[in-house]
Design a protein around this ligand. Sequence first.
Ligand code: ATP
Length: 359
Amino acid sequence: MEVQLRDVTMQFNDITAVDRLNVTIKDGELVSMLGPSGCGKSTTLFMLAGLYRPTGGEILFGDRLVNKIEPEHREIGMVFQNYALYPHLTVLKNIMFPLKMRKTPKKEAEELAIQMAKLVQIDHLLDRKPGQLSGGQQQRVAIARALVKKPKILLLDEPLSNLDARLRLEMREEIRRIQQEVKITTIFVTHDQEEAMSISDKILLMKDGKFQQYSPPQEMYDHPENEFVAGFLGSPPINLFSCSMKYNLKDVSISGTDDVITLSSALKESVSTNDQLTLGVRPEDFYIERDENKPGICGKTIMVERIGRDNMLNVEVQNKTIRAIVSPDCPVGRGDIVKLGILPGRAHLFDAQTGENLL
Ligand code: ATP
């Protein structure tokens, strides 16, 4: 089912936790809500769940306005961080619980619960109690319980944060598999950018209650709409340099150096030579430039580290350490002066004041 947020706002006294959020989530999509702590992710999820009533705006499920609809009438399934399973009930009874509340006949409830247990691959654990399960298995039970009523929308609040690194990886793939099998519109809260990048159709990135960008992960990574988005995605993070426009809309000079970078596309017409700009380059978008006549950013290599196929260089430029991930085909040693070229089309230029992307 499609979900629409129109100017959705949540005010807690003088705190605006969510500020005029406008987003449409298409039927069957998995959307991650991502952003730093306190940006309003959980508040948004709780409004979708019906646990909070927005102080402004409209939430629509399909074409039904749900602002005033109670949680139990919203046709949603929800999975929380701590699973919230009933410790004294078996796995089977835990999964059946929402159906029992709904007074579904026992036999039918049992059949549906077993069907869900199979979907999440815990049908061999039906007689166990939650205390006898691993974290990943408990999470599977929580997902089965959320899906057993055949909800139209699945809401997940940091469902993986209590799991260790290996299980997190396994469970995020499982969540994607289950979601695609059931084809259910899913909204997933996380503060882990890698998690959001790996499983989402789209990411909704927020900061201080405000919308930043809503795009497919790769598009957000390649075309961040502002400096915050560029900095939030990517590990190691994007390198940022103060700079200004030089002679024309395609050349920028790096502040405090003689280096001039030529961009492959022009800056917005409104940019002038007086504006303070920020150049952003992701570590993997550098290469070692050997041609003296070609542009690049010069610095002294202070560390070389082998990471898988590539080398990661720490290079000192203007008292700042920048990171470059480059092919080991161009040998570089500690102490070497290197010139870092930027792969065509991979430079990002931002307004230093507003953060707006200027390309
Ligand atoms: P985290 O990743 O830490 O869970 P979040 O992005 O989910 O953060 P929210 O929990 O939605 O953020 O909080 C957004 C803002 O609203 C924060 O400033 C928070 O302090 C505030 N807030 C959340 N719930 C309430 C509440 N019940 N009363 C008052 N302020 C609240």
